[in-house]
Ligand binder design. Structure first.
Ligand code: PEP
Ligand code: MG
Length: 757
């Protein structure tokens, strides 16, 4: 037997001719089994194809011809069915000894002892099986199996081109074959959603497997490797690649694979056998997948993900299909499947069709999660091995409330989910009734329930929810969705629009909070530095104060956009009072400039800060006389107080917002602000959860700014609280913290008839 490459090439050359011939599909398949049988010197060669959910014998050399289109096996039935079901290769010297062996008398196969079969795979699913059989009881050699596997790839193309398997049908059937799977993850955004799985970075469909010019294919792969390595090296310098402590390890593995000579050599060998560059990469990947499955080492399987990621990237580079699913557009209700996403990437999706997001990573306060929450899209994170289990087009049920993802649900499960979905919609409609209700506690304390926004369309939610205003308008979202720094007139237009839509409701504009996990390629490129710890790095006000063109332009845009309106400006990440002074100064000089030119100014201007860096709390006495309001950003505050990266999935559940440290910190700020002419509120995600909001009211917080979807539920909660009662309970717990404050508070709420779920 010649080498694998030569064996495969000789078969591929002949197959190429068959595929190009103008005969009908059946004649082509008949010819294919002859070619393979002869090349492998095998007495039997058969092709089974999936039709109406059964594997049907479509062509054979060596078995009884009368069995063609008569012998049919279920997926998972017999040796052939097992190969299709598990997408695995079998190589047996004595077929009958295999536990799944089934004898089909009509085929006349009893005289053949040895058996080998490989799945014919299209879009990661079996569409058929290619088998060879021999009278002598001997195992097929490795090179023969490899040749068969290569041929199976080409057959997949032939079969698809000839329309021999129904691609639409395929999704449903194989889904049924792999069955329902339920995965537990981390709740990131509550809510229910269902739809078809769409990969953020879709797998490329390989349309041509046999090469016309081997040298040209080799060159394509060579260039693609170069480009991929360049990308990986670039990623190494980018903050959003990997997280925290994992960062280096992940990166190292990626680099190791990207520069692995063995990998590129194997791809080159596959090209030698006559495959196109794309097919060669996929071929090598298939082989690696099969090997990994045999090893079953969880650590190695983890690494397999990285390799899959890279192989997919390489195929996309080689085929020039570089876009994400967003650029291709969503069709129908979709659930986005990704390892992780940036906020800007999520914003690229069509909001009407994107129903849910499921991630392998993710954490509560990562900005992508905040954006998803603002979009009203449920998110489940930390679903290990997700991309290995889901296939494009699978039906997915996202239960963000229970942090459960169901893949390929059985019909009954889908029906029950749809019923829950409808009930939830009804409940939401009930919350909509809260729209007109003023949030006042049972003992008469008015709590302002405002909403967070950042997209132009969010502002409409003011009316839908009946929120008291916008307590946090994240102006950086406009920057995140733009390909270049938004010009001043675009900013002005947005701010004017927002204020006009909000009418007489208050809007607090936060100046840009870029950097951290909200990095922008057009900002990073000209800085000449890369932050090792972006969350604690050159971000938000630190960046804005140094970038002349940023803060000044935004100040002008805000002042002009708010001409004739009340303008409330809030600065993010103020760590020391002088930063507030410097930021305010930018506004003061812009006001002077506008005055000089007799431009119309806002009717009133107030300045405030976000309290999210703990150091600021030490200087409140200096700061308070200068400002009109403070908004506590509990997302960042928590990460800085606990020194726990908010986007690190490993730390996602480690620290509780209801821990004595956070609550005591907040209580102290409330005390210091009491009696001062400064409005105090909380605008982190914490305030949008009912139990946490109960605690905040207990601490004396009277303004919450939360995600729009939470406004109804939180208003309802406020109306069910006696502020004095929870206030004194809270003081008791803070003085003498119980072991589990969350559990204590939960029990207290239950005892007082307050619904907190
Ligand atoms: C916060 O840090 O709590 C906050 C509201 O701001 P952001 O989430 O945008 O950093
Ligand atoms: Mg923040």
């Amino acid at each position: 037997m010649p080498g694998a490459a030569a064996a495969a090439r000789s078969i591929l050359t002949q197959l190429h001719e068959v595929m190009a011939a103008r005969t009908h599909a059946q004649a082509k398949l008949n010819r294919v089994v002859d070619i393979i049988g002869e090349a492998l010197d095998s007495e039997v060669c058969s092709i089974y194809l999936l039709r109406e959910g059964m594997l049907e014998l479509f062509a054979t050399r060596g078995l009884n011809q009368s069995a063609v289109h008569v012998t049919r096996l279920g997926v998972g039935e017999g040796l052939t069915g097992t190969i299709a079901a598990n997408i695995e290769t079998l190589n047996l010297d004595e077929a009958a000894t295999h536990p799944e062996f089934q004898y089909r008398p009509e085929t006349g196969e009893e005289k053949f002892h040895s058996f080998a079969g490989v799945p014919i795979v299209r879009r990661a699913r079996s569409v058929g099986v290619l088998t060879v059989q021999h009278v002598d009881p001997r195992k097929y050699e490795e090179v023969e199996i490899e040749a068969l596997q290569t041929v199976a790839m080409v057959l997949a193309e032939l079969i698809a081109n000839a329309g021999l398997v129904d691609e639409e049908d395929l999704g449903e059937r194989q889904g049924a074959q792999s069955g329902q799977v339920v995965l537990d993850g981390l709740q990131l955004v509550k809510g229910l959603a269902y739809g078809k799985a769409v990969f953020h970075q879709p797998r490329v469909n390989i349309e041509q497997t046999v090469a016309e010019d081997t040298e040209a294919e080799r060159q394509r792969v060579y260039l693609a490797f170069d480009k991929m390595r360049e990308q990986i090296d670039q990623m190494a310098g980018q903050a959003e690649f990997g997280v925290g402590g994992e960062h280096e390890q992940v990166l190292e593995t990626y680099k190791m694979f990207a520069y692995d000579e063995g990998w590129s050599r194997r791809i080159n060998e596959a090209i030698d056998s006559g495959l196109t560059a794309e097919a060669a990469i996929e071929r090598v990947q298939q082989r690696t997948r099969m090997r990994m499955r045999e090893i079953q080492d969880p650590l190695l399987q983890d690494r397999m993900h990285d390799l899959e990621d890279l192989a997919n990237r390489l195929i996309r580079i080689v085929s020039g299909q570089l876009g994400t699913a967003a650029t291709m557009g969503l069709h129908g209700d979709s659930i986005l499947v990704a390892k992780n996403l940036g906020p800007a990437e999520l914003l690229e999706y069509d909001k009407r069709r994107l129903k849910g997001v499921v991630l392998e990573e993710g954490s509560h306060t990562a900005h992508v999660v905040i954006v998803a929450r603002a979009m009203g899209v449920p998110v489940i994170g930390r679903l290990r091995n997700l991309r290995g289990m889901v296939r494009e087009g699978d039906m997915l049920l996202v239960d963000g409330d229970a942090a459960k993802l169901t893949l390929r649900p059985a019909q009954g499960v889908l029906d029950a989910f749809e019923t829950r979905f409808a009930q939830k919609k009804q409940r939401q409609a009930a919350y909509a009734k809260m729209r007109e209700v003023k949030p006042v506690t049972r003992d008469g304390q008015r709590v302002e329930v405002m909403m967070n926004a950042g997209l132009r369309d969010d502002v409409g939610m003011l009316n839908v929810t009946g929120a008291d205003g916008i307590g946090l308008y994240r102006t950086e979202f406009q920057f995140l969705v733009s390909a270049a720094l938004p010009q001043r007139d675009r900013q002005t237009r947005l701010y004017r629009d927002v204020l006009e839509t909000a009418g007489d409701k208050k809007v607090i504009f936060r100046t840009v909070d870029l950097g951290g996990d909200k990095s922008l390629p057009y900002l990073a490129s000209d800085t000449g530095r890369e932050d090792e710890n972006p969350a604690m790095g050159w971000r938000a006000l630190r960046l804005a104060l140094e970038r002349e063109g940023l803060m000044k332009v935004q100040a002008r845009a805000l002042l002009e956009g708010a001409a004739g309106h009340e303008l409330n400006v809030m600065f993010p990440m103020v760590s020391e009072p002088w930063e507030f002074d410097a930021a305010k100064q930018v506004f003061t000089s812009q006001i002077a400039y506008l005055k000089k030119r007799k431009h119309k100014l806002p009717s009133a201007i107030s300045y405030g800060v976000m309290l999210e860096v703990p150091s600021l709390a030490e200087c409140l006495d200096i700061l308070l006389p200068k400002i009109s309001f403070i908004s506590i950003g509990t997302n960042d505050l928590t990460q800085f107080l606990f020194a726990a990266d908010r986007s690190n999935p490993i730390l996602a559940e480690r620290y509780d917002w209801l821990s004595p440290s956070i609550l005591r910190f907040l209580s102290r700020v409330v005390r210091e602000c009491a009696g001062q002419p400064v409005d105090l509120g909380v605008c982190g995600e914490m305030g949008g959860r009912r139990l946490e909001a109960l605690a905040l009211v207990g601490l004396g917080i009277r303004r919450l700014s939360i995600t729009p979807a939470a406004v109804g539920p939180i208003k309802e909660l406020v109306c069910s609280i006696d502020a004095a009662e929870i206030g004194s309970a809270m003081q008791g717990w803070l003085a003498n913290p119980p072991k589990d404050l969350r559990a204590e508070l939960q029990a207290w709420a239950e005892a007082h008839g307050i619904e907190v779920e």
